[in-house]
Design a protein around this ligand. Structure first.
Ligand SMILES: [Zn+2]
Length: 327
């Protein structure tokens, strides 16, 4: 199991809820946002455990923590009960249950997951309870995006975001479950800073071909004729240009880190071994290449033509290499 807790524990969202809990000022409704739809339920369970467990941090081991993990703790009720999205029936049942006293403690929690799929009539039904929940009732709404939620819902909840994680944080949290470190580094580099996207990319075979291509390009691209050859090869791989940019960026960053004497900080060690003897990349050339990659990422956002963009970048990398050799 990936240690999601070690990741979420460091976020402002977690610290805010914990602070409010410790000072006895838990809000009656939270909206927890994360791009990681895949792990949203797990994140919400962590927050529910934090509020219920009673220890300094959730222990994951006591009866309440374990039962919350299995959706079986009587004072923490999860929705949707069936299927993918919360419907009016779910909200009717929430309203009814909200008037029943908690069984185990003095608080009752309602957790609404994947709320970005909740239709407008269900959202409208929820408004009154959100505004004035019965004593001891707290509502935790989880969503991958706030835009599908009505303004009237958003104005009644405390919004907290789980932001994208840095590559190093994701790497250390996922390393144990994803043993191919080269693949994991590339998957994280191409991802959006979430565990869900990184693990999906890890399983994607296309990423390996892309990494092979980038190693080959960095080590063997010597002339402008080569630029066209590599550009054609890359087009044939049919990968996303943004993935290509992320993978190359990671490689140049690792080369630069090592050149500056910090080989210990190289992120993707296995790939680094394959490219470390590439000729012609002094510090200046590597810094230049990274700047050009950043420019290419910006141009990509403005929908630049992919083939032209790739050729432009490869030429820039090559030119930088020779410019610095001449100095
Ligand atoms: Zn516990």
């Amino acid at each position: 199991m990936i240690d999601l807790f070690s990741l979420v524990k460091q976020t402002g969202a977690y610290k805010t809820v914990r602070g409010e809990l410790l000072s006895g000022r838990l809000s009656h409704a939270y909206l927890i946002l994360t791009a990681d739809g895949e792990n949203l339920d797990e994140y919400l369970k962590i927050f529910a455990r934090l509020m219920v467990c009673g220890k300094e941090h959730p222990c994951f081991n006591c009866r309440a923590c374990r039962l919350i993990g299995e959706n079986a703790f009587s004072d923490v009720v999860f929705y949707p009960k069936n299927g993918q999205s919360i419907n009016s029936e779910d909200i009717n049942s929430l309203i009814e249950e909200s008037y029943l006293k908690p069984i185990e403690g003095d608080k009752k929690f309602f957790v609404l997951s994947q709320a970005q799929n909740m239709n407008a009539s269900a959202q409208n039904k929820l408004l009154k309870t959100l505004e004035e929940p019965p004593e001891g009732v707290h509502i935790i709404i989880g969503a991958t995006s706030e835009f599908p939620l009505l303004a009237t819902v958003k104005s009644r909840v405390k919004k907290l975001e789980i932001p994208p994680y840095s590559a190093d944080k994701l790497f250390s949290a996922m390393q144990q479950d994803y043993p191919d470190t080269a693949k994991l580094s590339s998957a994280i580099a191409c991802g959006d800073g979430t565990v869900g996207r990184a693990s999906a990319l890890y399983a994607d075979e296309g990423l390996k071909d892309l990494t092979d291509f980038c190693c080959d390009m960095i080590c063997n691209m010597q002339s402008s004729k080569d630029v066209l050859k590599y550009s054609a090869k890359l087009t044939a791989l049919k990968c996303e240009v943004s993935d290509f940019l992320s993978v190359t960026e990671l490689m140049f960053r690792d080369l630069l880190t090592a050149k500056q004497g910090r080989e210990d900080l190289v992120l993707d060690k296995q790939t680094y071994i394959r490219i470390k003897d590439a000729k012609g990349y002094c510090v200046g050339a590597l810094v230049g290449a990274l700047e050009k990659i950043t420019q290419a990422q910006k141009r990509k956002k403005f929908n630049a033509n992919s083939t032209m963009l790739i050729e432009w970048l490869l030429f820039q990398i090559l030119e930088g290499k020779y410019k610095w050799q001449k100095l």
